[in-house]
Design a protein around this ligand. Sequence first.
Ligand SMILES: [Zn+2]
Length: 301
Amino acid sequence: MPALARLNERCSRTFMTQKLRGQSPLLHKLCLFVLALCLALPAHAEGFITRLLNKPVPGGVAVIDLGNPAQAPKVRYQGKPVLTVHEDSKRWIAIVGIPLSVKPGTQQIEVEGGQKLSFQVGAKHYTEQRITIKNQQQVTPNAANLKRIERELAEQTRAYQQFSARQPSNLMFDRPVNGPLSSPFGLRRFFNGEERNPHSGLDFAANRGTPIKAPAAGKVILIGDYFFNGKTVFLDHGQGLISMFCHLSEIDVKLGDEIARGGHVGKVGATGRATGPHLHWNVSLNDARVDPAIFIGAFKP
Ligand SMILES: [Zn+2]
């Protein structure tokens, strides 16, 4: 539902409730004021998806207006295909994942036909986290484990690079588990004092066995039991928008399964490199791991 229609509906509901109670409709006046403000905005004003997702920082998302051509424009960023969505039936938008490694400044997307569109990436400070791991192999793996890690990384990278034609069922994701957010995305991590890759996802504190639900509809494109990630499920939501859930105690889906929004995926655990039971959730767009908090309205600038 378009944002304006949603606001209208909320206003009329509030008004009706207040009329029934016989109270002064102060809130209704406020609603009318906001409504007037909305109507005063220019026709190209941002839609709901843009406002929700446009966080153009390293590890964030850039939403770029593509105008309103008859066909869905084909867009690439850093040579990789990009998710495009028709917003509010008014305009096409490109939803671009910005890798954590990108430096603040000007970036470009390429639209089929040769057009280049620029966007600005702002700065974001990510804090440090120091973790003690009992198993030193998980900090400085031996040659055999390094070989395994390399193989598993290649397999998971191939999954992130898949680009299916489907439209995501929803871009405002549901939380995959009930539980407070713990480690945020992008933390610079030091394991036993040694710096390793930054935190590629968002952690939820949850007990072992807590059910994990699909934040949007998706197809199971990879299942594994990995050195670092433990028991892992990849869900393809469409057009390069991919969720990864790891450290599971149990995987309850099979490769190729189509999972509905809210469908059961598995259970929270502590398999792989984990200090205790929690859910680690990655969200990837055009093969860039981005902050999942953006998609659940919990992004902190
Ligand atoms: Zn994590």
